[in-house]
Ligand binder design. Structure first.
Ligand code: F6R
Length: 261
């Protein structure tokens, strides 16, 4: 796990955008795992700018989103289909047929989840997975207590996550209780994970994920077992880390042979 502490969410998003851009340039047919929510918005803006200004080409890229609410139509303003369309897909040249997002309206959810897993496998597995972190430590919508080996399936959101996400729903609209999410086992098969977390509200979950014991009670902690996980956080999200000074020193003094940014 490489912990990179940056001065602001903007700076962290710039580092993340450079990593994603490098992945796509080195392997134009990359398979990207994508997250929604407030955290990756700036990253998607920067990637769209790189596409417009510098011709970063997504035409051969395949994408798989982490999750979707059950019961929301893709056109619903709070659906992750709509989020991705507005924040990323409409601003770059990803081929429509290579975009995958779990279907919140699937009639047979277990069959849909199995097909989603199969599609990831047939695409050659995810090269780079972008992740946010729930204030309760969730990854994707794998809430605390999720099996560490879980695959794409239905999950029930905690009240805390429903409260956190209420900001994306207009007054009177209920945040769904159920979601389809990639499993922790699915996420762990990605070749590289980029976890982004910003702000004081994430500090506890970051500290537990990075420096706490690996436990299903904090799904983010499973990344300690990932061979190539980078944690990009701002100083507020890093505020409860006991080794923050060490991580900062390591990042500033990376030997040239180790620099991959
Ligand atoms: C979203 C997802 C979630 C979010 C997490 C943080 O696709 O899988 O794990 O990344 O809930 O959300 P924000 O970024 O809104 O704080």
């Amino acid at each position: 796990m490489e912990v990179i502490i940056l001065s602001s969410p903007e700076e962290a998003s710039e580092v993340a955008a450079r990593l994603v851009a490098r992945q796509v340039r080195e392997k134009p047919e990359s398979v990207l795992g994508l997250a929604t929510g407030g955290t990756p918005c700036k990253l998607y803006q920067l990637l769209a700018r790189m596409h417009r200004a510098r011709g970063l080409d997504f035409s051969k890229v395949t994408t798989f989103n982490l999750d979707e609410y059950i019961g929301l139509d893709p056109s619903h303003p709070a659906s992750y289909h709509r989020f991705m369309e507005e924040n990323f897909f409409s601003n770059v040249n990803i081929a429509r047929e290579r975009i995958h997002i779990p279907d919140g309206l699937a009639h047979d959810v277990p069959a849909h989840c199995a097909a989603y897993e199969k599609a990831i496998h047939e695409a050659g597995n995810i090269d780079l997975q972008i992740l946010g972190l729930g204030s309760d430590g969730h990854l994707g919508f794998n809430e605390p207590g999720s099996s560490l080996a879980s695959r794409t399936r239905i999950k029930t959101l905690t009240e805390r996550t429903r409260d956190d996400n209420a900001r994306f729903f207009t007054d009177g609209q209920e945040v769904p209780h159920h979601v389809i999410t990639m499993g922790l086992g699915t996420i762990m098969e990605s070749r590289m994970c980029l976890l982004l977390a910003f702000g004081k509200g994430k500090a506890q979950a970051v500290a537990a994920s990075v420096e706490g014991p690996v436990t299903a009670s904090v799904p983010g902690s499973l990344l300690q077992f990932h061979p190539r996980a980078k944690v990009l956080i701002d100083t507020e999200a890093a505020s409860l880390l006991t080794r923050a000074n060490y991580y900062q020193w390591v990042y500033k003094n990376k030997p040239t042979w180790q620099i991959d940014l």
